[in-house]
Design a protein around this ligand. Sequence first.
Ligand code: ZN
Ligand code: ZN
Length: 130
Amino acid sequence: MHCFSHPGTEATGVCRVCGRAVCGACARVAPLALTCSPACEERQRTYDTVIDFSSRSVAYQRGARAPLYSVFLGGVGLIMMGVGLLPAVRYGVPPNWLPLLFGIFCLGFGVVLFRAMRRIARAPADGAGR
Ligand SMILES: [Zn+2]
Ligand SMILES: [Zn+2]
């Protein structure tokens, strides 16, 4: 493979933007990728910004949905705990253990899920390190 502007020179790399082969004299090493011209270098920077932005917004969306799931689980948990405990509080009978334990489990799982999702959302975006 030879350089696109120097047919006699062996290419050392390929432009990340337009795919043309470039020699050592033509190659421009952008912060993250090899390109062939100032125009391609500029486009490469734009791509990286877009990729960086989109991966960050995906992480944001994942994190933003976490409270919804865990609030739902927590709500179900509280209702089930109420169902289990209400007869015991009202009529002095033993609590209904099945819904009570299920409620505690839901509430606990909601808290664990909330913390796990928050950790995922805060982790650094991994699209830019290619
Ligand atoms: Zn190029
Ligand atoms: Zn060249």
